[in-house]
Design a protein. Structure first.
Length: 126
């Protein structure tokens, strides 16, 4: 058993988004993200017509659209989320999205998306 003095303290991060490299996930999606120990913040740029295929994940997702509009297909529901609006998607909820126009959004994930961090998010890379 570790004592409180032996436990590693999480590192404080102070990051400017403009200093985070832009990852070109596919021709229609660019992203940047920063992950802490228990949550993650991502900024995505989705070009008009971009479709994120149906998927689900253990992570709770909070999406805040800064510019543009995204159509989400959720179980028994279709929603358009526009600039200034927020969508909370519970863990394990199947969903897809389509950029109705050029869109920038911030996504918060809890816990962090391991598939994004390690590059195994093949559903986005097509």
């Amino acid at each position: 058993m570790t004592t409180p003095a032996e436990q590693k303290t999480p590192e404080i991060q102070h990051i400017r988004f403009e200093d985070i490299p832009v990852e070109h996930v596919n021709p229609l999606i660019d992203r940047q993200f920063v992950a802490g120990e228990r949550s993650m913040l991502a900024r995505l740029t989705l070009r008009a017509g971009c479709v994120v295929p149906t998927h689900s994940h253990e992570n709770e997702q909070i999406t805040y659209v800064l510019e543009g509009a995204l159509r989400f297909i959720l179980p028994n529901k279709e929603l358009v989320v526009r600039a200034g609006e927020v969508l909370v998607i519970p863990s394990h909820t199947p969903h897809s999205a389509e950029a109705l126009e050029d869109t920038i959004d911030l996504d918060i994930f809890c816990p962090p998306r391991a598939d994004w961090i390690n590059g195994t998010d093949a559903y986005l890379r097509k």
